[in-house]
Design a protein around this ligand. Structure first.
Ligand SMILES: [Zn+2]
Length: 559
């Protein structure tokens, strides 16, 4: 009896000294944990299950884990893995098959880029591009099919505007639409731009589908390849998580195949694309589905209320300042929208709704309030995606309904050159009003809306902290009272994004028990000069304690 007790004590001691699993220790780092109880540290230890065992000082942890294999961070700065709370993975992935029109300064320049690309295409293939923005061109007006027809009389051309809420197409593409675009009819939730009764070649919001539906769909193989491209871009940017804002059931099946094959290097939080097959499937799963590796989950539905500001599709309470009589559009009718929200509520799925204009946001708030009823007091964490222009009196309602504002700092700095023309100065008080949401204690989650904006979260950090463009304009920042602190910006891309996906017990901080998801950066986002935040680069990106990305380096190994 006595012997066996002593034996088990010895066995216990042996277990404590030599863990049954391998431990890895990261040292020579400055670590911002985002854990309020221990904001800074110099070392991390994790087990081979990918969970953090300890966060602390290197000297202590080396003593505690003498057998651990070590990773030398070479003086790098470690932050929790960055999470983009609103991106479009497939959209990012297919960029490699599309003409990049971002930054074209004239229509002619855009057409030159298209011509250069078309040389590589088979003769009957669609020419697909994205990223044009008429606000950057001298004439500032929408382009037309005629602009494209001279260069592309036969080949269909389909070009998404930078915000994804309008397309510019040529006559060959319009000819392929099932219904003739000329006439005086308009689709629900969209607009066909016309000159007289003739479609001019720009299709807004739901009208895009009239031509898009005529395009050959991606094959499953092309879909998986596009996702692989997107994963590689995301981890190279320091992202360990993405909230994927709208996935069809077919595309989700390809993601499941990639997850089963162990090919997803970061954590994906998927939102079903509207009141469609993916939501139906999610409801059959009880509103929540996670794959065994924890890399792929679905628990949300992404709905659309209105359009976007650049294409004047954002639904406003009063007329556009630069287009009298126009108050924007609802992409979904309020009745159909409410039906979808009710369905998601019954299924216990999280609702995330795109709302840009103050009328769009108000309708979302009214609907959430009506559908949640007393349940609003519970932890539903429904989200408003963008929450871009909100009437000041509506901001406290986000807190009352316990909602999350999922906002994209780079949208503010991209839109600031022309937002005042669209909205007038008075409405700008509630536009991109991050600090007003924080003041009302509304949880913020930050993202980029890639590929609308760059996937690089450091650009979001920079925009959030400065409200300036990359050349430092305007001096002091655009409505500088709405800038956020560096910690608030980093929280938006870590803790805040984790909370918005119900994942705060797993990620968003570096703390024992949570996942060893982190990034080693080449500089400190909390101390470098503001402009330098935009240039910070990941040296390596880690998920579940394993490097999923290492920056190429000329000399020596990357930490
Ligand atoms: Zn989006």
């Amino acid at each position: 009896m006595r012997l066996s007790v002593r034996f088990s004590v010895i066995a216990l001691l042996a277990t404590a000294m030599v863990p049954l699993y391998a431990t890895t220790l990261l040292t020579h780092a400055r670590i911002h944990t985002m854990d309020p109880d221990r904001p800074v540290a110099t070392a991390l230890a994790w087990g081979d299950d990918g969970k953090l065992l300890a966060v602390g000082e290197a000297a202590d942890l080396i003593k505690r884990y003498p057998e651990a294999s070590t990773v030398d961070a070479q003086g790098g700065i470690v932050v929790p893995g960055l999470i983009d709370a609103h991106g479009h993975l497939l959209g990012l992935g297919i960029l490699s098959n599309q003409v990049d029109l971002v930054g074209s300064k004239t229509k002619a320049e855009a057409i030159e880029r298209l011509k250069a690309w078309a040389v590589k295409l088979p003769p009957d293939a669609w020419l697909i591009g994205r990223g044009w923005d008429q606000n950057r061109w001298p004439e500032k007006s929408f382009p037309s099919a005629a602009d494209l027809d001279k260069a592309f009389p036969e080949r269909p051309v389909y070009l998404e505007r930078v915000d994804g809420h309008a397309v510019w197409v040529n006559s060959a593409a319009m000819k392929r639409a099932k219904r003739a675009l000329d006439g005086d009819w308009q689709p629900e939730g969209g607009r066909i731009q016309r000159l007289g009764s003739k479609a001019s070649g720009v299709l807004i919001d739901s009208a895009q589908a009239l031509v898009r539906d005529a395009m050959p769909p991606l094959t499953p193989q092309q879909t998986r390849d596009a996702y692989r491209h997107a994963f590689a871009d995301a981890v190279a940017a320091g992202l360990t998580g993405v909230h994927d804002a709208g996935v069809s059931l077919d595309d989700f099946k390809q993601l499941q195949a990639l997850a089963s094959a162990g090919e997803i290097p970061l954590r994906l939080y998927e939102m079903a694309d509207g009141n469609n097959a993916a939501l139906e499937w999610l409801c059959q799963q009880g509103g929540h589905w996670t794959d065994p590796s924890g890399r792929l989950r679905m628990h949300a539905v992404k709905l659309y209320m209105d359009g976007a500001l650049g294409s004047r599709g954002a639904a406003l309470l009063t007329d556009y300042n630069d287009d009298h009589g126009n108050r924007g559009i609802f992409v979904t009718s309020p009745e159909a929208y409410r039906t979808a929200v009710e369905k998601a509520h019954r299924c216990q799925a999280q609702v995330a709704t795109h709302a840009i204009g103050d009328r769009g946001n108000r309708t979302v708030l009214d609907t959430y309030q009506a559908v949640l009823g007393k349940d609003a007091a519970n932890d539903n964490r429904w989200r408003v995606e963008h929450a871009q222009i909100v009437a000041l009196e509506d901001i406290p309602r986000f807190a009352q309904l316990r909602l999350i504002a999922s906002m994209q700092p780079t949208h503010a700095t991209s839109d600031m050159p022309w937002a005042e023309q669209r909205l007038g100065v008075a409405r700008l008080k509630g536009a991109y009003a991050w600090q007003r949401f924080i003041h009302e204690r509304v949880p913020l989650a930050f993202g980029s809306d890639f590929p609308v904006e760059s996937v690089n979260p450091m650009l979001g950090m920079y925009a959030a902290v400065t409200r300036q463009d990359l050349s430092g304009q305007p001096p002091g920042g655009w409505f500088p009272d709405q800038r956020v602190s560096r910690i608030q910006a980093l929280a938006g891309f870590t803790r805040g994004a984790a909370y918005a996906a119900f994942m705060e017990a797993e990620v968003g901080m570096l703390k024992p028990g949570l996942r060893a998801d982190f990034v080693i950066l080449n500089g400190d986002p909390l101390t470098v000069a503001p402009r330098e935040i935009a240039d910070l680069k990941p040296l390596s990106t880690w998920v579940d304690g394993k490097a999923v990305y290492r920056a190429p380096q000329k000399n020596g190994a990357t930490p």
